[in-house]
Every structure is written in C-alpha cells, then in structure tokens.
Design a protein around this ligand. Structure first.
Ligand code: UD1
Ligand code: CA
Length: 429
C-alpha cells in the first residue's frame, strides 16, 4: 500500500517587507489567499490526508481563515518564532507514530503546482530516499540557502547565505524550502537541532546533514520551472506572482479555444472554467470560482466577482458587475448593471443601469432576486430583493420594484410626466 502524506506549512513569520497589517500569507491574488494556493496545491495531489499550518504572527487571523476554508487542516501555534526548524517541530507531537511521508512547504509560495509536487513525491519514492529537498537553479541566487553537493554530485548540505563562504555563494542551485521526509526515519532530526548559526535560529535545513550523518539517503530534486518556487516577500513580488499566475491562466484558456482580445488588460482567476468560443474583451476582471459556457461574450470593462455561472451565449457588457449569480442561456446584461445573488432565466434582457439591490446595510443581510425566462427590465430599474419577476414580465424603465411581479405582467413605478410649456422663455425673463 502506498504511504500517506501529512503536510506541514510554515506560516508563522511576520513578512515585515509587506509593510502591512494583514499577515503575509493572507495577502491575496485574485481574491484568494497565498496560503490558500499552497493548501490547494497540497490537497490537489490527492495524497495529503492532513495539513498542519504553523501560525505565529497574527495567529488568530490565519487560524480563522484556515478553519473556515480547510477541513483537513489544523493550526499549530509557534511562539516565539525561533526559525524554520522550530516551526516545523510544532507539529511533532501530532506526528508521533506516523509512518508515512511528511511534506514541508512554505506558506508564501502560491505558484507551486500539484503537478510539480507529484513529480517530486514520485522521485522521492522511486529512489527510496529518506529525505528529498526541492531545489531550483537561479542566475541570481542571493538570499536563498544554497545546495552544496559533494564530489560525486550527491547532496551534502544546505548552507544559508548568511553562513556561506564566498565559494558557496556562487552556487546557483538553491533550496526552495520544499521537503519530503520519510517520517519514521527522519523525525529524530528535530530532537537534535541547534541554533549555532549566524541568525541563532533553528534551521530546518540542518535536517539534511543529520540525515546524511545517519547514513540515510538524502537527495535534491531540481524543479523544472523555477518560477514555481517564488516566495512572496513584498508587494512587488505579490504583483509579479499575480502576473505569472495570470499568464498561466491565459495560456491554458487560449489552448482551450477561448478568445481573449487583450491579455494584457484581462484578469481571469485560475478557478474560472471557460468553454471554447467564448470571447473576452479588454479590461475584464474575473475573480473567484466561475463557470462560463460556450459562446458567451464578456466585456469590455466587465467584472465577475465569483460564484457566477453563465449559460451558453450570455452577453455581459461594459461596466457590468456580476456576483454569486446563475444566468441561463442567451440572456443579455449589456450595460452598466449590477446583478448579485440572483438567478436569471434564459432570454432575459436586462436593461442598461439595472440594479439588483441585494444588501440591507442595517441588518447586513443579503437577499435573492429571481428573474424568469424571457422577462425584461427597463433601463435604470432597481429590483429590491427578495423579488421574483415572472416569465415574460416587463419592468418599466426607471422603476423601483419592491414586490414580486407575476408572469406576463408589467411592473412600473413612475412619477407622472409633467411638461411645462415655454420653459425656456419663462426662465429668461
Ligand atoms: C528559508 C530556508 C532557505 C530557503 C528559503 C526558501 C532555512 C533556514 N532557510 O530561508 O534555505 O532557500 O527558505 O524560501 O530554513 N517561518 C516560521 N517560523 C519561523 C521562521 C520562519 O513559520 O520561526 C516560516 C515563514 O513564515 C516562511 C518560511 O517559514 O513561510 C520560511 O521562512 P523565511 O524566514 O522566509 O526563510 P528564509 O530565511 O528565507
Ligand atoms: Ca529568515
């Protein structure tokens, strides 16, 4: 039987360079937390049965996020923070007697994919290694720990930049901070750590030497695409990672037959599924999880905020915002509208400037709008949810609809029109 995996994610550090009150790992790309990307990558391998997130700085906030979103993750508090080795050690008690592999990841590497993790795990197991570290080759390796190899090219140690000799600083193979450990063989390394280094920290990297000294097999796995190892330490790096993620999404969508008129100004989250023959016009921003069926047209200047499902041939036009809504085939929301918490049937026409007023600011409650097939709303109408507009119903332009409108009916609220004759000359006098 294949061994199971438990994952430790290090996320206790402060992230000083972010200059933010938000903990580093809760910074977002496409409205998803950095830590979420890492947990998802681990879970998507289909092999990790439990995740331990090591929290410290802003522990409560991070823990709240993890508990709300990941049932198979548990937070362990590291206080004070005495280094990466000390951080991983916080899961030690929970791992007592575990005889599978332990995967260790940093919480700030959102670009790492489950595909890379699977190759990494596979190499570890095929080679019967006790420890495998994921490495990457960088032209400019500064600040990273360097992978030191012996004369036979075998892994010897990881040396931090601050502890490295001039010669070692020239090494371009670096430690990405991703490890896989045969826990039964390597766990004892955590009982033998010392903080005798330049930073007076317990270095996780010291487990490499320990493993080799025990006569166990330790190896490094060089990742194919070093981009995946990027750690986020600053706002600039956050933006760079977002761009890489975005390009990845574009490439995938292009290959699947989606037309993106201007990839430079279009943002589409990785969790958005889009069928072939959809056209996305410039300056469109799509975040969260969405499903877009074939032949839809979206944008320019449209925003989908997540949990949006569009049926075939739906048109979403300029300055339209859609959130948590299901829209059936061939419905048009072409201009200046907000549709939130709504279910729209097919062939509905949403007039310019239609708003589904879904939020009560005082009670903080949100309400649903349902609009059935073939109904239409006139320009500038407000539908105060909860509301149900029946099949074939029409809403007159400028109306405020605060009740249900039955099928085939017209809903209209409008002050009577007054025409004052000769207004121009009267004003001039
Ligand atoms: C670490 C590695 C280095 C590697 C680099 C990759 C060590 C000693 N060095 O360096 O070889 O090239 O990662 O990015 O491991 N953390 C805690 N508790 C702590 C300290 C850190 O949870 O007490 C967490 C941080 O939040 C972060 C991760 O561990 O997610 C890495 O910490 P960081 O300080 O960035 O490590 P580096 O010094 O960059
Ligand atoms: Ca550090």
């Amino acid at each position: 039987m294949e061994k199971t995996i438990k994952t430790i994610i290090l996320a206790a550090g402060k992230g000083t360079r972010m200059k933010s009150e938000t903990p580093k790992v809760l910074h977002k790309i496409f409205n998803k937390e950095l830590l979420g990307y890492v947990l998802d990558a681990a879970n998507k391998t289909g092999m990790t049965e439990e995740n331990f997130v090591i929290v410290g700085h802003c522990a409560q906030e991070v823990e709240k996020y993890v508990q709300a979103n990941y049932k198979n993750a548990k937070c362990k508090l590291q206080s004070p923070q005495l280094g990466t080795g000390h951080a991983a050690f916080q899961a030690y008690e929970d791992l007592k007697g575990f005889d599978g592999d332990v995967l260790i990841l940093n919480g700030d590497i959102p670009l790492l994919t489950s595909e890379t993790l699977l190759k990494f795990i596979d190499t570890h197991r095929k080679n019967n290694a006790a420890l495998t570290v994921m490495s990457a080759v960088f032209e400019n390796p500064s600040n990273y720990g360097r992978i030191v190899r012996d004369e036979n090219d075998n892994l010897k140690a990881i040396v931090e930049e601050k502890d490295a000799s001039e010669e070692q600083k020239k090494i371009k193979e670096i430690n990405t901070g991703v490890y896989l450990l045969d826990w039964a063989k390597v766990h004892e390394a955590f009982l033998n750590m010392k903080a005798d280094n330049a930073q007076h920290e317990y270095y996780l990297t010291d487990i490499v030497k320990w493993t080799i000294n025990q006569g166990l097999k330790a190896q490094s796995y060089v990742m194919e695409n070093n981009e995946e190892s990027y750690g986020i330490n600053s706002k600039k790096q956050l933006a760079e990672a977002a761009k890489i993620l975005k390009d990845r999404v574009m490439d995938k969508l292009f290959a699947e037959g989606v037309t993106i008129v201007d990839p430079d100004t279009t943002y589409i989250s990785p969790e958005t599924e889009i069928d072939a023959d959809v056209i996305i016009y410039p300056c469109t921003y799509i975040e969260g999880k969405n499903k877009i069926a074939k032949s839809c047209k979206i944008g320019p200047f449209a925003r989908l905020r997540g949990d949006v499902e569009l049926g075939e041939g739906v048109k979403i036009g300029n300055f339209v915002e859609i959130k948590k809504s299901k829209i059936k085939a061939h419905t048009n929301v072409c201009h200046l509208s907000y549709v939130g918490d709504s279910t729209l049937g097919s062939n509905v026409n949403i007039g310019a400037g239609t708003i589904t007023a879904n939020y009560n600011h005082i009670t903080k409650e949100k309400f649903q709008t349902v609009i059935d097939d073939n109904a239409s709303t006139g320009s500038n109408s407000v539908i105060v949810a909860p509301a149900h507009i029946g099949e074939n119903a029409s809403i007159g332009a400028g109306s405020v609809i605060s009740k249900d409108v039955e099928a085939n009916a017209l809903g209209l609220t409008r002050a009577p029109l007054r025409i004052v004759k000769d207004w121009f000359s009267r004003m001039k006098k």
